[in-house]
Ligand binder design. Structure first.
Ligand SMILES: [Zn+2]
Length: 283
């Protein structure tokens, strides 16, 4: 199981005084400030972004990583990166920075985005106020509370004997195939979503759903919930516009798989390990 950022302790209320430098996850739009050093990508470790000459209001305390305080902050559109730093897309950091920092950067961008898009009440338009001890913004006029948004996604790896059903969306890197996934709709359970998504995306019926694991995915604010399941019936018919290709793959004839940090890859590796262990030698 991949823990969400090993060494990280999530907290809401900042300490009264912060001793020493902190990790700062500073965003401009959806780009994050990182040191411009090809050999070692990292976020700034300073007392405050103003030490770098940055005007970064809307600060949120995130907690501690290996004992060091962590904050998110937001710069205005058009803010220039200080000398030695660049604004980088979060996706470009995937695999380029250590896993804990990446996961924290993903947590930070969701908090920054939520804070930015809920400064006014969505119900009555009044400016909202931040709560101190809870990650929420409250409308002083109508009382509506605005929490960070999360969009749950059910992910399904369908197995048929020693074959896996893998598919690709049009936006995947060339050649890459993965498990199926789709957003949960209001009123739907994760299991109902999974069965519906598999039916819609490839026209296949499944059962025997087994929960595998979950992973936050900050593009833009998903929670991936992954399941194994078994094929029951149906021929693969890729859904037009959603699924570019889909097929059954044996463990000795696999396509390009997703990145090792993704839950999709860990779900696939888990199935492969089980299939390899159950394989009869010589077949
Ligand atoms: Zn309101």
């Amino acid at each position: 199981m991949l823990l969400n950022a090993p060494g990280f302790v999530p907290l809401i209320s900042p300490p009264e005084t912060v001793e020493g430098d902190a990790w700062w996850f500073v965003y401009r739009g959806t780009t994050i400030l990182v040191r411009q050093d090809p050999s070692r990508v990292e976020v700034p470790c300073v007392a405050h972004p103003r030490d770098l000459g940055l005007d970064a209001p809307h600060v949120h305390y995130l907690g501690t990583l290996d004992g060091r305080h962590c904050f998110s902050a937001e710069c205005a559109e058009g803010a220039e990166a200080p000398d030695g730093f660049v604004w980088a897309g979060l996706r470009s950091l995937f695999g380029a920075i250590d896993d804990s920092t990446f996961l924290l950067a993903g947590r930070a961008v969701q908090i920054v985005d939520w804070d930015r898009s809920h400064r006014f009440c969505g119900r009555c338009g009044t400016p909202t106020e931040r709560k101190i001890h809870e990650r929420s913004r409250v409308c002083p006029s109508c009382g509506q509370t605005h929490y960070p948004r999360l969009a749950p996604v059910a992910m399904a790896l369908v197995t048929r004997g020693d074959e896996l059903l893998l598919a690709r969306s049009p936006h995947f890197p060339p050649g890459m195939m993965s498990a199926l996934a789709g957003f949960v709709e209001p009123g739907e359970s994760l299991e109902e979503c999974l069965v519906r998504e598999v039916r819609e995306e490839v026209g296949v019926e499944v059962d025997n759903l087994r929960y595998f694991s979950s992973q936050p995915w900050p593009f833009p604010h998903s929670l991936m919930v992954a399941f194994h399941c078994d094929y029951v019936s149906g021929e693969i018919v890729p859904q037009e516009g959603e699924i570019e290709a889909a097929g059954w793959f044996r463990i000795d004839d696999l396509p390009v798989l997703p990145h090792r940090l993704s839950i999709a890859r860990r779900l696939i590796e888990d199935a492969l390990a089980r299939l390899r262990a159950s394989r009869v030698p010589g077949t």
